[in-house]
Design a protein around this ligand. Structure first.
Ligand code: ADP
Length: 707
């Protein structure tokens, strides 16, 4: 059996297997049936060629001729249903139908072996298939879906190659010694067709096909080298030597050849991806030297814009004081200025666990799966899509997460190409994800840099404050002493009421100045606390006791303490200072408005991946806080009060963060605010601490009695 006959059997069997496999896929649509007929026709044609080698019967000849006449009919119908024409009946289909009748008559006539008849059949077969591929290519280019465009480009190129090489196979009949590659290419074409039909909605289809194309091109190139060495150069006697030579040449050429083939195929089919790849690689290089988030946004968005792969992109960064995301930079249609975390919750949750959420793909999936009834996954996807509605013109784009420390989502990148559907393949998305990873690094570095700057600033402030305290505190003490002496005159002397009033003002202001200097010192000095096990309920009771015995005795503060709360790790005295500050702020916010203040403690159960926490909430029904003030709440020296220092919350936050906790704020302007100190619960006590049931008294800090 010669090589050609063996190849025929091999190709025939494979083509039939591909035909059967597509029929076994369950969903049998018109395209699947045409494809199965087309593949079976090719398969039977090759098998008949093989059979003819054994039984040289006239029946085979007639049968192959009939198969040849039917082949372009199946092909043009199949190409037509793959990318259907809109509101137009195809002329090609009509022409093919009309031509089939005389062709059938010719091949069934007694003159079927005549050279002219054979020539006419060849012309009819290859002419119609070429016209079918051409019209498919035109429809593909006109399609709005980028995936369809890519798919059709592949099909047409591989189909044309298969047709040309199959035509070249016929040169064998006139004695040209070409290897039978047409058959192999036809099988590759059938495989690509089958894959593109099975994975109709998958945008990464052409990634699979791209790899297949690279392998096929490489296989043919390497086989060519082998063929030249073994068949053309070497005779049978030197076959072994030539095979080794060919193998060495292949081994040497393999890597550079693969790179080149890959490069050409990428340039031919993925030129847009290459552009995106280059733009993102350049941006990532630049980002390695960026520390400012503003510059980071500029670099990232310019790269996406320069790649010309997106018509719009927007980058949101998390508001440092709340859970929402604020628009940083964008190009293209105006995006919403803010992503409200409550409305977009399902989408943000999905981003929490996935690097990217391709919204358009999810939409396709939902439409597809709706036909199969409601499932849990479908409902979750529907919620994500509903949440994505807030993104306005970006609701069909790709949504990507930028993560900060502890993997929390700190930024959201939206990328859209509204010129086409299925705009981004999985590899495009992977490139964008890599960009987001680089942005995460920038954000982390910038936070660290800011912390270092803050530390340096504080160190400088600390030195200045220490000097200031020395310079100011002593004279203040002297002024206060002198004023007190004047305010309490010796017996028998009378102080006039005016002087008494002014002395009162002096004493009050001296006290205030003293407090300010003390606060500056507190904020600037590294914390002197010594954390231990603390019962928060005891701290709350003691704080309120101190408060009621001081100036605010007339205020109404209600308390609601949770039972059996675990201990937390903190400095009791400093925690009292934090609470005192929060309660005083709350009282000031309610003064003149009424409504009272409540302090409550409770245990917050830990969610998945989160530990149990203790929450101390200070709630008021006072003035509330506007979003603008909310942003600067914890900034040192920020105050809206005439006599405020703006250091209370800054100091409180620093202390709470030192104990591994945080301060959460929820506020509604006009309705009131809730400040919650959240501390991790359940500390491990290796040695019983004194006062673990009440307050731990840390060495070096003034002891506080449990209330
Ligand atoms: P100060 O009280 O000296 O101004 P803080 O750091 O304690 O400094 O508070 C900063 C600002 O935060 C206040 O000036 C006020 O505008 C705002 N603020 C704090 N707590 C509340 C509250 N409970 N209600 C309304 N505004 C508040």
């Amino acid at each position: 059996m010669d090589l050609r006959t063996r190849t025929s059997l091999f190709c025939g069997a494979l083509a039939l297997a591909i035909a059967v496999s597509i029929l076994l896929r369950g969903r049998r649509r018109r395209a699947h049936l045409y494809f199965a007929a087309f593949a079976a026709d090719i398969g039977l044609w090759y098998v008949t060629q093989w059979a003819y080698h054994f039984v040289r019967s006239e029946v085979w000849v007639r049968f192959t001729a009939v198969l040849a006449v039917l082949l372009p009919q199946f092909a043009v119908h199949l190409f037509e249903v793959l990318v259907p024409q809109r509101d137009k009946r195809s002329t090609l289909l009509r022409v093919a139908g009309v031509l089939m009748v005389p062709m059938m008559v010719l091949v069934l006539s007694p003159e079927h072996k005549h050279g002219l008849v054979r020539g006419a059949v060849m012309l009819y077969v290859f002419g119609l298939i070429s016209a079918g591929l051409w019209s498919l290519a035109l429809r593909g280019e006109r399609s709005r879906s980028r995936a369809t465009q890519q798919r059709v480009r592949f099909l047409v190129v591989v189909g044309a190659l298969a047709a040309v090489f199959t035509l070249a196979d016929f040169l064998w009949f006139v004695g040209a010694p070409l290897p039978p590659v047409g058959g192999v290419l036809s099988i590759v074409f059938l495989f690509i067709l089958a894959e593109s039909m099975i994975r109709e909605r998958l945008v990464d289809l052409y990634d699979i096909l791209g790899r297949l194309l690279v392998s096929t091109a490489l296989a043919f190139t390497l086989a060519g080298i082998f063929y030249v060495f073994v068949v053309l150069v070497g005779g049978f006697s030197t076959m072994y030597l030539n095979a080794i030579l060919a193998a060495i040449v292949i081994l040497v050429l393999f890597d550079p050849l693969r790179d080149k083939v890959e490069q050409y195929i990428h340039l031919a089919f993925f030129s847009e991806r290459v552009d995106l790849d280059r733009a993102i690689a350049k941006a990532r290089q630049q980002l390695a030297h960026v520390l400012e988030t503003r510059e980071m946004m500029q670099v990232a968005l310019s790269a996406i814009e320069a790649s010309r792969r997106a018509t719009a992109a927007a980058l949101y960064l998390r508001d440092p004081t709340g859970p929402d995301f604020e628009l940083g930079q964008a190009f293209g249609p105006t995006p919403p200025p803010r992503i409200d975390s409550a409305t977009a919750r399902p989408l943000l949750d999905r981003l929490g666990s996935k690097a990217s959420v391709p919204l358009e793909l999810i939409r396709h999936g939902v439409i597809e799966r709706r036909r199969g009834g409601q499932t849990l996954a479908l409902e979750a996807d529907e919620r994500v899509l509903a949440a994505a509605e807030v993104l306005g013109p970006y609701k069909n784009g790709v949504c990507l997460a930028v993560r900060g420390e502890s993997e929390a989502v700190v930024g959201v990148l939206l990328v859209v190409d509204d010129r086409v559907s299925d705009a981004f393949s999985s590899e495009d998305v992977a490139l964008l994800e890599a960009l987001c990873v680089q942005m995460s690094v920038v954000i982390e570095n910038s936070q660290q840099y800011r912390r270092m700057q803050e530390r340096d600033r504080l160190a400088a402030l600390g030195q200045m404050a220490a000097g200031l305290a020395h310079e100011v505190k002593n004279p203040l003490g002297a002024i206060k002493g002198a004023a007190q002496l004047l305010a309490e005159p010796e017996e028998g002397t009378v102080t006039d009421p005016h002087s008494k009033e002014f002395l009162g003002i002096i004493l009050e202001e001296v006290d205030r100045l003293d407090r300010v200097v003390g606060s500056v010192l507190d904020y600037a000095r590294p914390s002197k606390g010594n954390p231990g096990a603390v019962d928060v309920n005891a701290v709350v009771r003691r704080t309120l006791q101190v408060l009621s015995s001081a100036q605010h005795s007339d205020h109404d503060v209600t308390v609601e303490l949770g039972d059996g709360l675990p201990l937390v790790r903190a400095d009791a005295e400093q925690l009292r200072q934090v609470l005192m500050n929060l309660v005083q702020n709350a009282l000031q916010a309610t003064s003149g408005k009424g409504g009272g203040v409540s302090v409550s403690t409770r245990c917050r159960p830990g969610g998945p991946g989160k530990n149990e926490c203790i929450e101390i909430a200070v709630r008021d029904h006072g003035t509330g806080i506007t979003p603008q003030v909310l942003k600067s709440l914890f900034v040192p020296f920020f105050t809206t009060k005439e006599k405020g220092t703006g250091l209370g919350l800054a100091i409180s936050q620093r202390l709470v963060e030192e104990w591994g906790g945080r301060i959460e704020v929820v506020s509604q302007p006009g309705a009131g605010s809730t400040f919650s100190v959240v501390l991790p619960a359940g500390i491990e006590l290796t040695t019983p601490l004194p006062g673990a049931t009440g307050l731990a008294t840390a060495p070096g800090t003034p002891g506080v009695e449990p209330a």
